[in-house]
Design a protein around this ligand. Structure first.
Ligand code: BDR
Ligand code: CA
Length: 311
């Protein structure tokens, strides 16, 4: 039985690759895709999610639009990395199907309540606003999901400030809610995703597949490489979000450690910092884990094979 996942995302170049990995790998099944503001406005990220679905031939999966702004703060987007559309680079096709009429929060809740207990894995790859709202609206979901595996944070530094990662710092109150819930939670942060680099070898391996989906990914990576070089000085772009999906597919892709985790809400220069207490042993009953190492070749081989399998 594949692991059933809800992908909560803000496509976003790396969110798009996360969706393709989830669609193309037989060990996971996308049961819902929900969108949130982040890399761009929620109107744009939702449009982009539907465009990726059209490119990949994803059908029969409900897609729903979610939160348009953070819980407390004003909206901030990542146009410097993802461009004006949020998915600049390739041509974006028109949606092939209509959005689910429900709000993302309701689709998340309904999907979890309708499934057998502890079968659904939540995979957020964006601001945690939808997830926080969902667990506040229907607290039973905390005990009903299998686990939360999220891309966000980092215990050793940030990318949107010195200490803080984009997905967390753009809605730190939402992240605080999600990190402090009782569900098992794994933080897949910059500590590992900054080693998931789309090197020229990786990009050539994907290009060699030669399908429209592979070309789409190639065009995404071209743009992503340029903006990561110009905006953040990276030689090759880190492709963050599919790392969380890859961990659900094959936990041996990451080394993880049980550690208490929390989100800074009151620091004057550390807002949104994810603090991992890595002292050992972790206190009894700790339900949070943090990724510390990645097997990058294994990760890229999962991504490449998924793109090939989509055809
Ligand atoms: C995260 O921020 C977003 O811009 C990316 O899609 C990824 O989820 C990396 O910090
Ligand atoms: Ca994202």
């Amino acid at each position: 039985m594949p692991t059933q996942i809800i992908l909560d995302c803000d496509p976003g170049h790396d969110d798009a690759v996360a969706m393709l990995l989830a669609h193309g790998n037989p060990l996971v099944e996308l049961v819902a895709v929900t969108t949130v503001f982040g890399n761009q406005t929620v109107e744009k990220t939702t449009r982009n999610a539907l465009a990726v679905a059209a490119v990949a031939g994803i059908t029969g999966v409900p897609f729903a639009r979610g939160a348009h702004r953070p819980l407390v703060r004003t909206i901030e987007t990542a146009e410097s990395i993802h461009g004006e559309s949020g998915l600049d680079g390739p041509h974006l096709p028109e949606p092939a199907f209509a959005l689910d009429p429900r709000h993302a929060v309701d689709l998340i809740i309904d999907t979890i309540l309708a499934a057998p207990p502890r079968t659904i894995t939540l995979v957020p790859t964006a601001a945690l606003t939808n997830i926080a709202l969902a667990v506040r609206k229907e607290p039973r979901i905390a005990g009903l999901v299998k686990e939360v595996v999220l891309m966000g944070g980092g215990y050793a530094g940030g990318n949107w400030s010195a200490t803080s990662e984009f997905n967390i710092v753009i809605d730190p109150e939402a992240a605080h809610i999600v990190f402090n819930e009782s569900w098992p939670l794994t933080m897949v942060g910059l500590d590992v995703t900054h080693h998931a680099l789309a090197t020229p070898e990786v990009v050539a391996g994907i290009a060699a597949i030669g399908t429209p989906v592979a070309r789409f990914v190639g065009e995404l990576m071209d743009f992503f490489a340029r903006s990561y070089r110009d905006a953040q000085g990276f030689e090759h772009p880190p492709v963050h979000d599919p790392v969380a999906v890859a961990y659900v597919i094959d936990p041996s892709v990451l080394t993880v450690r049980t550690a208490p985790l929390d989100v800074e809400l009151t620091g004057t220069i550390t807002l949104g910092m994810t603090v991992a207490d890595l002292r050992q042993p972790a206190p009894e009953g700790t339900t949070t884990r943090v990724a510390t190492r990645i097997d990058a070749p294994k990760f890229w081989s999962l991504v490449t094979e998924a793109i090939r399998a989509i055809g």
